[in-house]
Write a protein that binds this ligand. Sequence first.
Ligand code: ATP
Length: 256
Amino acid sequence: MIEVKGLHKSFNDIPILKGVSATFEKGETNMIIGTSGSGKTVFLKCLLGLHMPEEGTISFDGRIHSNLNIKEHRQLRREIGMVFQGGALYDSLTVEENVMFPLKMFTNDTFDEMLKRVNFVLHRVNLYDSNKKYPAQLSGGMQKRVAIARAIVMNPKYLFCDEPNSGLDPVTATVIDNLIQEITTEYQITTVINSHDMNSVMEIGKKIIFLKNGIKAWEGSNIEMFKTENEVIVDFVYSSNLFKKVREAYLNETNF
Ligand SMILES: Nc1ncnc2c1ncn2[C@@H]1O[C@H](COP(=O)(O)OP(=O)(O)OP(=O)(O)O)[C@@H](O)[C@H]1O
């Protein structure tokens, strides 16, 4: 479980996060949504330890980030998997080498042990016979699978994904969503996803945090999001008249 309490982060005296608190449970796909510039990426970078907040605490299963010494910090970093926006694969490395990278960095495993683990995670994301290919030889969806395989190769307790669906068609995006959800449940990972993709938020958002101007304006599940009358959410999620009508029809029909 990750507990965030009263997070404040500013740049050049401009406040970006203004006291955000949230709890993310393990085995659940937690999602951060919000308008452009609302602080989603800054929030995720605070979780990752790339930004140091001025106020507030981030606790990873009881370990408060800012209280950790270098060794504890390094240990925590090993427990975090990250799927960067766009995949961020190394173009000059093969699929196998990309996925093996964290193992080479953080373990003393033999090559055979690493290769066994690499093949295990590649099969887990349904990628076969691609070990020797380079990222440029793969489709966007396959590249995302490689990025997910690399993020879980160290068996992380925490998984952070920044826009995992960007640039994918709706069908492939759903496959990637389902994969992240399955892995989260299967390995009981605490997963936090930054997303613009409302399809995916509605599909797998067990807990959704809505940020607006650096403040948590709403939180709830995907089902609650469908039912809510909260104006901020309704205006954001159902920004088109078509979606508003679909929602009304659905609520009338199902008698929520
Ligand atoms: N390193 C930085 N230095 C200064 N300002 C920053 C820095 N990083 C982010 N910001 C500012 O913080 C604000 C929030 O940025 P952030 O990237 O978190 O938005 P976001 O919600 O992820 O937006 P988007 O949905 O467009 O990706 C923006 O105004 C941005 O300019």
